[in-house]
Design a protein around this ligand. Sequence first.
Ligand SMILES: [Mg+2]
Length: 267
Amino acid sequence: MPEPRLRPLAELVPARLRAARGVLTDIDDTLTRDGAIEPVALAALQRLHAQGVPVIAITGRPSGWSEPFAAAWPVLAIVAENGGVMLRAASGRVERDYTQDDETRQRNYARLQACARAVLEAVPGARLAADSAGRLTDIAVDHSEFAHLDARRIAEVAALMRAHGLNATVSSIHVNGWIGAHTKWSGAQWAVQRCLGTPLQPAEWVYAGDSTNDQEMFEHIPLSVAVANIARFVPQLTVLPAFVTHAERGAGFAELADAMLAARAAQ
Ligand SMILES: [Mg+2]
């Protein structure tokens, strides 16, 4: 079978970008490098904001990790924990909304901690993600941030989470486990409805991502664009993004933002 080919962003016709209302984006390794936003990505967010283009970030990162960025970045919202929590800056503080009610969340929290203990016991080298303290609705096992787990161990962690009744997804750095039907996609729909008061129309949005845990978004949003570092995950992808940027991470995101702003300016 021939290697699947990702189309360069440069091949995207401006008319399609012009039709986009806003940007949905992953955070890790799409806007950030080594866990910190790249200045070029922050500047791109500011340019989009200045031109009235709404941006909603959706991440597997914890609520606690995301909160300061929900206040500092010019985004409408950050959906954290793969759709479990939404953070929005409102009059000097960050408002937190949950997908699940308090009772369900507390019950699930106990099950998640039990699963985390079982994973650490069963999988050699496994350790919880360093940002685990800020997690309210999920657990995360580090595979590439500070630890290194090979593909077999990563698969073992995910399988064990599923055996405990959790959903499991593998990002560029963590294996995330959670209980409930929410995902990045349901989180995106929730956030668009809450922030803009209208249902998410897939044709009206661009999605930017970089990893296996972005596939559901690539599948639902026709104008999906991966940053160049997606290359590392291409062999594992069953759903490819429609386009890929020339540059990696924040610079790739900036490339997308500028293409979108240029398309609108040419209108
Ligand atoms: Mg990512």
